[in-house]
Design a protein around this ligand. Sequence first.
Ligand code: 6R9
Length: 654
Amino acid sequence: MAENGQPTGVYSASKDFIANAHVNAEQYAAMYAASVADPDAFWGAQGKRIDWIKDYSTVKNTSFDYGNVSIKWYEDGTLNVSANCIDRHMISRANQTAIIWEPDSPAAPAQHITYAQLLENTCRMANVLKAQGVEKGDRVVIYLPMIPEAAYAMLACARIGAIHSIVFAGFSPDALANRINDSEAKIVITADFAPRGGKKTALKSNTDQALLHCDDRVKCLVVKHTGDQTHWSAERDVDVKAEMAAARPYCPYVEMNAEDPLFILYTSGSTGKPKGVVHTSGGYLVYAAMTQQMTFDYQDGDVFWCTADVGWVTGHSYIIYGPLANGATTIMFEGVPTYPDAGRFWEVCAKHKVNQFYTAPTAIRSLMGMGPEWVDKHDLSSLRVLGSVGEPINPEAWNWYNTHVGKGKCPIVDTFWQTETGGHLITPLPGAIPQKPGSATKPFFGVKPVVLDPATATVQEATEADGVLCIADSWPGQMRTLWGDHARFEEAYFAQYRGYYFTGDGCRRDADGYYWITGRVDDVINVSGHRMGTAEVESALVAHPKVAESAVVGYPHDIKGQGIYAYVTLMNGVEPTDALRKELENWVRSEIGPIAKPDLIQWAPGLPKTRSGKIMRRILRKIAENDYGSLGDTSTLADPSVVDELINNRMNRG
Ligand code: 6R9
């Protein structure tokens, strides 16, 4: 509702909502002030929301000092994350549903997995891993569809102290092999096939291909999910379901230090190969649990649905760790929003009486295009809070979400955060912070955002500011390092703006102190909420024998947020044809995965380069945006005439 019924562009929750919320405006102000004034006291108290085996005596020990960056929270405490997400709920919630699994096909029955069943299945999986020789500190790669076994596998790793590294099931064999090798994993857990939207991805066959490039000792655990035939290697492959059925139903959990790694998750950076973001156990869990409860105003008994995939950080923190640490009922959805029709999300919301619904702007935009009738035919009266994540939400999509899904009565939490941050950094708390469509609003507790002038690297003190977004001090959910490369960690996040964590995002702060994320300022693009380095797509393209050179940039795309625009220079004598364009699209699909397929490929006989040979991406971005009137200074180019050629043959004339 707009305040006073006026279309002010500021939306507040109802009085009733505010009265029952965990946090109201006064509480937010007081708690936020306390959290930044005395982080030790604040996080010392918040740490008690999880169970410790040995209590911590220190809370925060962190330094953002380039050259000596070190981040430790609760460092002498010990705990087990799996015990926190399962065992501790056994007294009061053994028969409560922990996970509702909704399969790809609505004709198949949903599964309601209780906390007691979650414990048993996690223990069986843990025993299977142990029988395969997995020990504390070992890495386990998980390459699974959105099925309950993915949750069991994550929690089983946490239970025995193994470090999981999930690879999104949409990634190609090459991407999988790189991640198995970089983390030196002992085991990969996969499934025969991944059904999605009525189609099947051959995960086992992808894994077979990946393992050709890995150490022979890597074992392959296979969940027979669809039951379709796959190639089977007797010495290497293990039938997970059969082994689980035969395994002991209980497995003791291991005592872990707060700073022992819980998982690695690879994400795209602006340069080089994907980065293995490392999250540890204690601080991450405290932060995931607290944000899940506060940001969504999760109340005991609510049904929580985050539509992300566990292959992304959102699935880690808000399908598995946050909700389960809080004893919630969390939905795990195998399918897609448009199968069998554009009403699937809303059908599932009605069927399971979902209270909090959390999705990405790209999904909202694509459903918006199909018309409101798909929403209107389902009973959405159970919804209380709506969430958005992954990219800025445009006001048009915000309004549609608010009107058609929330019926004007559900606060929308636009949560800004990153793989690196473990949980929400800037977000409304629904009972406390009025929303402005398109703004992530205010910082979460303990988070100190600063806006820096990128030219001078100075902090802008005025309330109204425009620049790059950094964070001035650590919070418990922050990543600790990059797997095997602490120097790269410091270089990527702490070198450019000394003393600060650099998010890579641009940002504006308005007169009310609200933050508006304006998108990445580096060579990272955001396609349908999936993060991608332009360098990754470029190196896939140049790996093709007919490609001499390529430059990839993002351009505005109505549904995906950003599309992938590739400029390709072919080898001498190669004919640029539509067939070759298709071939290159398929090539990138198979090198990285379907999400990386270029939307537009422009043949570029030459690329705009400086005299020192650097590609001027600024110019290529402008041409891709169809905004070539304001190219800026092109005088430093080695050959300015290539620009006219590129403009004349541009692909995006919309
Ligand atoms: C959680 C997740 C992180 C990047 C981030 C930013 C963009 C995420 C956003 C948002 C505007 C939001 N981003 N949430 N931009 N408003 N609410 O998405 O992690 O995949 O690592 O992506 O996504 O650009 O830097 P990740």
